[in-house]
Design a protein around this ligand. Structure first.
Ligand code: COA
Length: 316
């Protein structure tokens, strides 16, 4: 025994909405193609006055408020992201200052691409066990609009900006989240170039191979979490999938015979927001009243790295 539960969630997306028709004015595509191949209808992109840290701050403040936790009670703060405003200071350090977290709060960024929030929860569970304060803040936040290649219609249609946050609590008597995480170093399928090559930083992806990787990885990861937790899919109250492509979610739903009331898709509104995707779903589900104290949520994600992760998340 000993594990974390979520006490409260929050989210923030930028004001500016980019529809499929808007994108069709830039690259050769159309609403019908994007909707049927991905399930995406629109996404939010940061405009003037909005950035990564403004999204993080609003999402975190709202999660703290919902959880009824004060900033000084937070022992660890992790921001999962691949698109911080600055490499140094880390987004988590800037967020510490914005929220007024204590100086001895352990604050750092984590890059596991779209699996980042789940890597963050797993890391948080380990770290809070050793922390003098038993509340932690985990965020997934991205401004992917900054790294889009507007000449590549295979990728620029997919991604959006946003931030989701969760305040978690650790207790010795609570079960672990049974996290499963994995990594397979590979920069051929999905990559954002950095300073070494001098290339412009934008998302490069072999969509077909990533699709295949996702379709194999999601059920394998779900099975591993269920086995680790010692339960079956029927014992799960809600399934939360990384929102990368509606077809990938539909395949998993079909395989596990998941009824419509037990899963949720918001990809039509937000596109793929990478690390923000899973906490955005959690936050919407909580606001919709679909998550209650005691709810058991199986969350699963995959992404660049390659990385993947799953966890059985309970709500306090
Ligand atoms: N609009 C219109 N046509 C497009 C297009 C667009 N935006 N993007 C690609 N096409 C065309 C291609 O050029 C190709 O045309 P061709 O047959 O004449 O060569 C055709 O559509 C099929 O392209 P393909 O790449 O095979 O499409 P797809 O069905 O695999 O869908 C993705 C492409 C990107 C939507 C899909 O592969 C996908 O979602 N992959 C997973 C991506 C993912 O999850 N990434 C995030 C990981 S966290």
């Amino acid at each position: 025994m000993s594990g974390i539960k979520i006490r409260g969630t929050g989210r923030c997306v930028p004001q500016h909405v980019v529809t499929n028709d808007d994108i069709a004015k830039i690259v050769e595509t159309n609403d019908e193609w994007i909707t049927t191949r991905t399930g995406i209808r629109r996404r939010h992109h940061c405009a003037d006055g909005e950035n990564h840290i403004s999204l993080c701050t609003q999402a975190a403040q709202s999660a703290l408020e919902k959880a009824g936790i004060r900033p000084e009670e937070i022992g660890v703060c992790i921001v999962a992201t691949l698109t911080p405003d600055e490499l140094v200071p880390a987004a988590a350090c800037t967020l510490q200052q914005k929220l007024g977290l204590p100086e001895d709060t352990l604050c750092f960024d984590l890059n596991a691409a779209c699996s980042g929030f789940l890597f963050g929860l797993h890391t948080m569970e380990c770290l809070l066990a050793a922390s003098p304060r038993k509340f932690g803040l985990v965020l997934g936040a991205e401004v992917l609009s900054r790294i889009l290649n507007w000449e590549d219609r295979g990728t620029c249609i997919l991604f959006g900006d946003g931030a989701g946050a969760a305040v978690v609590e650790w207790r010795a008597e609570w079960p672990s989240i049974s996290a499963v995480v994995g990594t397979r170093g590979d920069n051929n399928l999905l990559r954002v170039a950095g300073v070494e090559t001098g290339e412009r930083s934008y998302i490069q992806m072999d969509g077909t191979k990533v699709f295949k990787f996702a379709v194999e990885t999601v059920p394998r990861c779900m099975d591993q979490v269920l086995t680790k937790a010692g339960i079956t899919a029927e014992d799960v109250d809600l399934f939360v999938f990384h929102q990368a492509n509606a077809r990938i979610i539909d395949l998993a739903v079909h395989k596990y015979h998941i009824p419509p009331e037990k899963y949720y898709k918001n990809i039509a509104k937000y596109g793929n927001t990478s690390a923000a995707s899973i906490p955005l779903v959690l936050s919407e589900l909580q606001d919709l009243g679909k998550i209650h104290s005691g709810s058991r949520v199986l969350a699963v994600g995959f992404g660049g790295g390659l990385t993947w992760g799953g966890a059985l998340i309970e709500f306090a």
